[in-house]
Design a protein around this ligand. Structure first.
Ligand code: C5P
Length: 294
């Protein structure tokens, strides 16, 4: 039984189209996920008893809790159910991805736990077993298993790999307020039909831009249907998005269901002056796309 250090990268959605409501209330998506070079780390060690320790490296306080509600623990419990025995494990989670921001940190942590616990305890599970469990834990967890760049359909768990994006600087602006994913989706449900598909066509455009590999194509292609809903709940977000464009981002979009915004810069440009202009509006992070899958 081996200790393991597992990477749990954040993601952005280069495209996010909401295509309808599925039985059970989830929404049918056509989305393009892409990993960022910003990650949580999960150290997984078989041990005498199970414990989860969180090392909060970015001062998030009470937002990330080390109890059974944490998706890392749910992943461990899901594996225990699957193999029908206890898997006592010390899980040490180093948190660097802001929580509640649409960057998929909790889902990434859950995916890292599924892979790490499976390997550390040498469980005889197939990738399909992990995918099924991942989809039960959350819509974005399946992507966390595979990573890289991928199109997600269904609830986001039906994945097909895509070419990596060009190497562009990415700026994240994390506003001082989180948004609740279910609230953003239910706000989208109430939007008039003529405004709720602002991102229509973005998934096809992004897929085409990725296969051509031209940065300018990608900069023109992104879209997110949840932006209008998030901006209806938090009107400040449309102002923040405008401020990102004024500060020098070539494109600015909501990450998933928000509240984080991501800005894309022209290839080769220096993100530091842009980040400096955004200081005071929220937490600002400079990153890039992570251009390799697991
Ligand atoms: O699956 P996850 O826990 O990430 O989803 C959180 C919430 O977001 C769900 O309870 C649901 O309200 C909403 N959601 C949705 N359709 C999706 C993904 C998430 O309605 N495809």
């Amino acid at each position: 039984m081996t200790p393991l250090l597992c990477s749990a990268p954040a993601k952005v959605n280069l495209a996010l189209e909401v295509q309808g409501v599925l039985p059970g209330g989830y929404h049918e998506l056509d989305t393009v996920f892409c990993w960022l070079d910003l990650e949580d780390l999960l150290d997984v060690r078989p041990s005498a008893k199970t414990e989860l320790v969180i090392q909060d490296e970015i001062g998030q306080g009470a937002e990330v809790v080390a109890n059974e509600e944490n998706l890392v623990m749910k992943a461990l419990r899901g594996l225990e159910d699957l193999v029908d025995r206890e898997l006592p494990t010390r899980l040490h989670l180093i948190k660097r991805i802001p929580a509640g921001g649409g960057l998929g940190g909790g889902s990434a942590d859950a995916a890292a736990a599924l892979l790490g616990v499976t390997r550390a305890h040498r469980l005889p599970l197939q990738p399909a077993d992990l995918l099924k469990l991942a989809a039960r834990l959350g819509a974005d967890v399946a992507f966390g298993l595979q990573g890289g760049t991928a199109r997600g359909r269904g609830r986001g768990e039906l994945l097909s790999p895509l070419p990596s994006p060009p190497d562009l600087p990415v700026i994240l602006l994390v506003p001082p307020f989180p948004l609740s994913t279910p609230e953003v989706y239910s706000c989208w449900d109430r939007l008039p039909a003529e405004v709720r598909r602002a991102g229509r066509g973005s998934a096809e455009r992004v897929v085409a831009a990725l296969s051509r590999g031209l940065p300018q194509d990608l900069l023109r292609s992104t879209g997110n249907d949840l932006e209008v809903a998030a901006e209806a709940l938090r009107p400040e977000l449309s102002d923040l998005r405008r401020r990102m464009l004024e500060a020098g981002c070539a494109q600015a979009r909501l990450c998933g269901s928000g509240s984080t915004l991501f800005g894309l810069l022209e290839p080769g440009s220096d993100p530091e002056p842009v980040a400096t202009r955004l200081k005071g509006l929220g937490r600002v992070l400079c990153t890039r796309f992570r251009r390799s899958p697991r």
